[in-house]
Design a protein around this ligand. Structure first.
Ligand code: ASP
Length: 441
């Protein structure tokens, strides 16, 4: 028997009909033995996530105000789901315990974690499988940092005793027994931890989109979906703004060589996107995997004759940044020029000070500042192996009249990053997409 871990996000568990879809998905494949639920998400745009309501309960209680109204909204959602699914579990005592704990001053983490806990109880009853409390198997240290080794040893032993189980996402416990959550969206991390603990064949991450799209659908109508990509490519696209999985969800499965399959609960027949360690050369119609980008960068371009021969020049520039606690994103350079690309959120109001100090410490010939920059990463395994890729990209940008301010090609050769003016961002992405994706393919 194989083992698959299926994690379901909040939108997949927002209401009764979604739970029914989830049950059908689990029953369709006997290998789907371990299920990791999030808390119920929004049913529509005007709705609220259960996790947000729980945080609200907690802050309401902390102000000494009654939580009656907010808590009854939470309780009603769970009780309705359980009743409509015809479950045998009596949720009321569990709800009473949670409510009493919040009123008695329970922590933020405990309160928020109950969204997943209660949903886990429902899911286990619905599927007729064992419920394993994440507090018993997911461990944090006494400073609240996730303890990967200890968790792996506990959870792998525990799962070996259970053929099928539901393990709620998002939380675990500290050595003193206190509940601790991951950061928001952390059920993704739990799913990856369970997949590693079960030595699963695949970690299925069920959400409401049919895998990753090649680019932002707000910029390109109906972009293609990505069939397969590597963890490295995912990291580059995610860093550049494509939101897929919680950042920390990748490590446990990547280390264990377990592929991640992003799937759509509302379209279970779609194969979704596979994220793997090594995808081999690109085989599809386009050598490109995806295009992602971010705005709000500033570039400080520094020029000095014979910079290449001057010992310690780069260090002195970086020293200035470090002294002012500013980290940089990229540092493209040529013979006599060096640019540092800095996210605006890092800069705050330090720009003038930085420029003054670079002048004083590095004695450059000139320093130019380019604000309002956007970075766009074109990512793909095919970029390195196909000749003429860079030419195609820059020709497309030139034809679209996009002025490229900066170019940075990673040494992995799986991405080319260009810096453009923020107001040319969308144009540039459209030009690159259409240069590589032929509408007729
Ligand atoms: N329910 C938590 C949140 O809303 C965790 C998750 O959904 O992954 O962030």
């Amino acid at each position: 028997m194989g083992a698959k871990v299926a994690k379901f996000g909040g939108s997949s568990l927002a209401a009764t009909d979604q739970f029914q879809k989830v049950r059908a998905i689990i029953e369709a494949d006997p290998d789907r033995r371990y299920v990791v639920p999030s808390a119920p998400g929004k049913r529509d745009d005007n709705d609220q996530k259960i996790t947000d309501l729980l945080y609200l309960c907690r802050s309401t209680a902390a102000q000494g105000v009654s939580i009656d109204e907010v808590f009854s909204r939470i309780a009603t959602r769970y009780l309705d789901i359980a009743a409509q699914l015809g479950l045998s579990i009596d949720l009321q005592p569990h709800l009473d315990t949670v409510r009493a704990a919040i009123e008695a001053g329970a922590s933020d983490d405990y309160t928020a974690s109950r969204g997943e806990y209660l949903n886990g109880l429902i899911m286990a009853d619905l599927l007729g499988v064992e419920f394993i409390d994440a507090a018993d198997v997911v461990r944090f240290d006494d400073r609240g940092r996730f303890d990967a080794d200890r968790t792996q040893s506990i959870i792998s032993r525990r799962l070996a005793q259970s053929d099928r189980a539901v393990i709620p996402g998002f939380y675990g416990s500290m050595p003193n027994g206190d509940i601790k959550t991951f950061s928001r969206g952390g059920s993704d991390v739990t799913g990856a931890i369970v997949a590693r603990g079960a030595a699963a064949d695949v970690y299925e991450n069920w959400t409401d989109v049919s895998g990753l799209l090649m680019t932002d659908p707000r910029i390109i109508d109906n972009p293609r979906s990505i069939e397969t990509l590597t963890y490295g490519e995912l990291r580059e696209l995610a860093y550049m703004g494509a939101s897929v999985l919680h950042d920390e969800a990748v490590f446990p499965v990547r280390e264990a060589g377990i592929p991640v399959n992003i799937r759509n609960t509302n379209q279970p027949e779609h194969p979704g996107t596979m994220i793997v360690a090594d995808a081999g050369p690109a085989t599809g119609a386009t050598p490109l995997t995806g295009i992602a980008g971010r705005k709000d960068f500033t570039v400080i371009a520094i020029e000095k004759a014979l910079m290449n021969a001057e010992l310690g020049f780069g260090r002195r520039v970086l020293d200035v940044l470090e002294q002012h606690h500013v980290s940089f994103e990229h540092m493209p350079s040529s013979i006599d020029t060096l640019s540092v690309v800095i996210a605006d959120a890092q800069l705050n109001d330090k720009l003038d000070t930085l420029v003054d100090q670079i002048h004083a410490d590095c004695k450059p010939d000139s320093v130019h500042v380019h604000p309002n920059m956007a970075l766009i990463a074109t990512v793909g395994r095919g970029l390195a192996s196909h000749p003429g890729m860079a030419a195609r990209l820059f020709t497309a940008l030139g034809d679209a009249n996009v002025n490229v301010r900066m170019i940075d090609q990673g040494s992995s050769e799986q991405n080319i990053i260009v810096g453009v003016e923020a107001d040319e961002f969308e144009n540039a992405i459209r030009a690159i997409y259409h240069a590589f994706v032929n509408a007729n393919d």
